[in-house]
Design a protein around this ligand. Structure first.
Ligand code: ATP
Length: 419
């Protein structure tokens, strides 16, 4: 008997009711147009693994853009068609979610690593252009066919055995980003890359990988850093030669730092840093400063991330010289570095001074400011900065602890200036 997933699709723990009703709305319209409608890839894979599904990737045998126009007319929202690939993205009204509407298609690659040429085709052909057997499953969503599974490449067997299997020997040459995708699924589900597939990650596919744009590679690395097992995935990427193919100075991710991937800064610290940025900092802050510039260019990092990495690398080198310094010396030195660099070093080095600096020291300022000095009749000049710095250091180092003490110190500084 053919496998039927309709029961799993009705399970609210796997497919939330609002997604289910959205799906049946789409499938009904698709059926009305005479287009068989399927869900593919991660949806079927995760459903079979009894994991909650995320994206609704809809494939129709017909015309996805026409379906999108009908959804727009009946439900509203916004539609972004992309004619060259016969696809459209539909955002239902009052929803943050977007739905990919895809016309079943076949693909061919004009050159290794290039983007594919596509033409509309059958669902079977569409499954054959995919990366791995476990992603080459489809489940029908329309009418009486609801729940019927298409599995021409035996993805379900591989799911049960825990195997990542590419569809043909040139798969990684056509698109070497699939190497990183294989590693991601392997690490996420605790699966194994099948031995034949592992052999296809060879010198030729790694050479093609090394020609990919920084943006494409960084996108795949971002996805890895968003995963719970990012450190072991990057160790695997190193083992199969991917990291060195991207850039010779890309190290493994130090597994001792894996726990800090979730430690995005407390909002009270007012440091904006997402998990991926933190991931790159924890991963790369030991890379010598002289290699960071080429690495940042290779992976097309934002200037904020490359400066934070460079800052972290320099700060790392400077920490021994700062040991046992006064709070004021720490603060004045740390202010020369991006906050992101200090935050990353704070996690890694567990240096108490860094823990004090971020929430407390950096905010300590004297009551006196330039206006106060002007009102006291001090002619503007370099001594302003000297006096204000001296007062701030006194607060930081505990030499003054209230406004009166600050005033007394200021008076003595002014007397010295006059003298
Ligand atoms: P994830 O849970 O990681 O998001 P997913 O299966 O939803 O998994 P997507 O990146 O959203 O992954 O891709 C959707 C589907 O498109 C995949 O399941 C796969 O079938 C196909 N796909 C994505 N990238 C590739 C690729 N580089 N080569 C071939 N097929 C791909």
């Amino acid at each position: 008997m053919n496998l039927d997933l309709s029961d799993l699709m009705r399970d609210p723990r796997l497919l939330p009711p609002e997604k289910r009703s959205l799906l049946s709305g789409i499938a009904d319209r698709s059926a009305a147009l005479g287009f068989p409608c399927y869900l593919v890839g991660g949806f079927v894979r995760d459903l079979l693994l009894r994991r909650p599904v995320n994206d609704l990737d809809i494939i129709v045998e017909g015309d996805a853009i026409q379906l999108g126009r009908m959804l727009l007319k009946e439900f509203g929202g916004t539609l972004t068609p992309y004619a060259p690939f016969y696809t459209a993205i539909w955002q239902p009204p009052a929803s943050d979610e977007t739905i990919d509407l895809i016309t079943a298609r076949s693909e061919s690659y004009s050159a290794p690593g290039a983007l594919p040429t596509v033409r509309p085709s059958s669902i079977e052909d569409d499954l054959r252009r995919r990366d791995f057997t476990i992603n080459a499953l489809a489940v029908r969503a329309d009418g009486e066919h609801l729940g019927e599974v298409l599995d021409p490449l035996h993805g379900r067997d591989d799911l049960q055995r825990g195997i990542i299997r590419a569809l043909h020997p040139r798969s990684f040459i056509d698109d070497p980003t699939r190497i990183l995708r294989a590693i991601r699924y392997e690490g996420r589900y605790g699966f194994q890359i099948e031995s034949g597939t592992l052999n296809w990650i060879d010198a030729e596919s790694l050479t093609v990988l090394s020609t990919l744009s920084g943006e494409r590679l960084r996108h795949e690395l971002d996805l890895i850093l968003a995963e719970e097992n990012a450190a072991s995935m990057l160790a695997r990427a190193d083992e199969v030669g991917v990291l060195k193919a991207i850039h010779p100075s890309l190290p493994r991710f130090d597994s001792n730092r894996a726990n800090w991937l979730d430690e995005i800064p407390n909002p009270a610290l007012n440091i904006s840093c997402d998990r991926e940025t933190l991931g790159y900092l924890l991963w790369l802050l030991d890379v010598p400063a002289e290699d960071l510039a080429t690495l940042s260019r290779r992976l097309d990092f934002t200037s904020e991330l490359s400066e934070a990495l460079l800052g972290a690398s320099r700060l790392n080198a400077k920490l021994p010289a700062l040991a046992n310094s006064l709070p004021s010396a720490w603060t004045f030195a740390l202010e020369m570095f991006p906050l992101l660099s200090v935050y990353a070093m704070c996690l890694v080095a567990r240096e108490p001074a860094l823990l004090e600096y971020l929430p407390t020291w950096r905010h300590i300022k004297p009551h006196t400011n330039g206006d106060t000095l002007l009102a006291l009749g001090l002619p503007p000049g370099p001594q302003y900065k000297e006096i204000l710095t001296h007062l701030r250091a006194a607060w930081l180092d505990g030499e003054v602890s209230n406004e009166d003490e600050e005033k007394k110190l200021l008076e003595s500084l002014l007397n010295n200036t006059e003298g």
